[in-house]
Design a protein around this ligand. Structure first.
Ligand code: EPU
Length: 338
C-alpha cells in the first residue's frame, strides 16, 4: 500500500491505495495503464475525492485526474465552455461569471472537479450539470480512443449518470466536459431558499449561493466532509401522509423520476430525528446542515461508517424511511455498500 490517499479524500482519512499516479497531461496515461497492468488490480479515478468515503485501504490503482485547461467558443446563441477534468468546478463557475457568461451561478461552490461533475450529475438550487452538459469527453479503454458522449446519452438523473456503473467506471476515464450556456440568460430562482430573495441578476444569485454554501457546508480543510452524505429519499404518497400526521410541514418535492412518488429532504429527517450536530467523538453531523457527515478530527473510516449507520437507524426508527448514501463508498476491492 504505497500511495497515500490522505490528500485525495476530503474526509481527510488516513487511508492508502496499493498504487497511484497523478495524471497531469495525456502523455501520462500510458504510464498509468502500465501501473494498472503491472498491479493486476482494478483502478479508480479520483478528482478531489470530495464525494467518496474509503472504508479502509484500497487494494488497487488510483488515477488522480489533474488534466487542466479551459477553452471558450461561441456561436450566435450559445457560449461553449470546454473544461479539462482536473479543473476545480467552482473555478469554472467563477471564470464564466467574470467573462459575463451566465447560467452556472446556482452551481457556485460545489466541491470537486469538472471530471467528477457528470458522474454524480452535481446539482444545487434547482440547477443540475445535465441542464448545460453538451458532452463528456472520455478516454475509452475498450476502443483505446478519445470519444464524446453527448449529454442526452449520459443517463443523467438525480445525482446519477451512466458513469456510475461498475462497467463504465472500468471503461471510461473522463477527460473533459463541454458546457453549452445559452446567451439568452434566464434566472433559476424557483428553489425555496432563492425564491424569497428578489435575486434578479446572475451576480446576485452567485453571491447568495456562495454565502449560503459557506454557512451550510464546512470547509473540508477545517472539518473533513463530503458534502451531502445521503440522497434525498424518494417515498410513496402513503409514507408522506403518515409523516404529515405528526409533521404537517414536512418539506417534500415531486420526484422527477416518478410522478406517483415524492422526494423528502434527508437533512430535515435527520434533523427531526435529533441528529443535527450529532457528535460521536470523532465523527458526526454538521450543526448547520444535518445532511453533512463530518470528521471532527482523527476519525477512522469505521468512525464515519458507524456515524452514518447511527443516522440511518435513527431516521428509520423515527420515520420508517431508509437513507441511501449519495457519497460513493469504496472498500478494499472497489465500490461497495456502506
Ligand atoms: N433541513 C433541515 N435541517 C437540516 C438541513 C435541512 O430542516 O439540518 C431542511 C431545510 O430547511 C429545507 C430542506 O431540509 O427545508 C432541504 O434542505 P436544503 O435546502 O439545505 O437542501 P438539501 O436537500 O439538504 C440539496 C443537495 C445539496 C444542495 C442543496 C441546495 C442533495 C443530497 N443535496 O440539499 O447538494 O446544495 O440541495 O440545492 O441533493 C451535495 O449534493 O453534496 C449537496 C451539497
Amino acid at each position: 500500500m504505497s500511495f497515500s490517499l490522505k490528500p485525495y479524500n476530503t474526509f481527510g482519512l488516513d487511508v492508502r491505495a496499493r498504487d497511484g499516479i497523478v495524471v497531469r497531461d495525456f502523455a501520462m496515461f500510458p504510464a498509468a495503464f502500465d501501473k494498472i497492468r503491472k498491479n493486476g488490480t482494478g483502478f479508480i479515478t479520483l478528482g478531489h475525492g470530495s464525494d467518496v468515503l474509503f472504508k479502509g485501504d484500497y487494494d488497487g490503482t488510483v488515477i488522480v485526474n489533474r488534466l487542466m485547461g479551459v477553452e471558450f467558443n461561441e456561436d450566435a446563441n450559445t457560449y461553449y465552455v470546454k473544461a479539462q477534468a482536473g479543473e476545480t468546478f467552482h473555478d469554472i463557475v467563477a471564470l464564466t461569471m467574470k467573462k459575463g457568461i451566465y447560467g452556472l451561478e446556482n452551481l457556485a461552490m460545489i466541491p470537486g472537479t469538472v471530471g467528477g461533475a457528470p458522474v454524480q450529475n452535481i446539482g444545487a438550487y434547482g440547477v443540475s450539470l445535465s441542464d448545460f452538459c453538451r458532452y463528456v469527453e472520455v478516454l475509452d479503454l475498450v476502443t483505446g480512443k478519445v470519444d464524446r458522449i453527448m449529454g442526452r446519452d449520459c443517463g443523467f438523473g438525480y445525482r446519477t449518470s451512466v458513469f456510475r456503473t461498475p462497467e463504465n467506471q472500468a471503461r471510461y476515464i473522463i477527460t473533459a466536459v463541454e458546457l453549452a450556456l445559452p446567451k439568452d440568460w434566464k434566472p433559476e430562482t424557483s428553489y425555496n431558499a432563492l425564491s424569497s430573495q428578489n435575486l434578479e441578476t446572475p451576480e446576485a444569485i452567485y453571491d447568495f449561493v456562495c454565502s449560503t454554501r459557506k454557512i451550510k457546508l464546512p470547509d473540508p480543510k477545517v472539518l473533513g466532509n463530503a458534502g451531502s452524505f445521503f440522497r434525498n429519499p424518494v417515498v410513496s404518497r402513503e409514507t408522506l401522509a403518515l409523516i404529515q400526521k405528526t409533521f404537517e410541514n414536512v418539506p417534500h418535492y415531486p420526484a422527477e423520476s416518478n410522478p406517483e412518488m415524492v422526494k423528502l429532504a434527508a437533512g430535515w429527517l435527520i434533523d427531526q430525528a435529533g441528529c443535527r450536530g450529532l457528535n460521536l467523538g470523532t465523527a458526526g453531523t454538521y450543526r448547520n446542515q444535518a445532511l453533512v457527515l463530518v470528521n471532527y478530527g482523527g476519525a477512522t473510516p469505521d468512525d464515519l461508517v458507524n456515524a452514518a449507520k447511527h443516522v440511518q437507524t435513527r431516521v428509520e426508527d423515527a420515520f420508517g424511511v431508509h437513507l441511501d448514501p449519495e457519497v460513493r463508498i469504496y472498500g478494499e476491492k472497489g465500490e461497495c455498500q456502506l
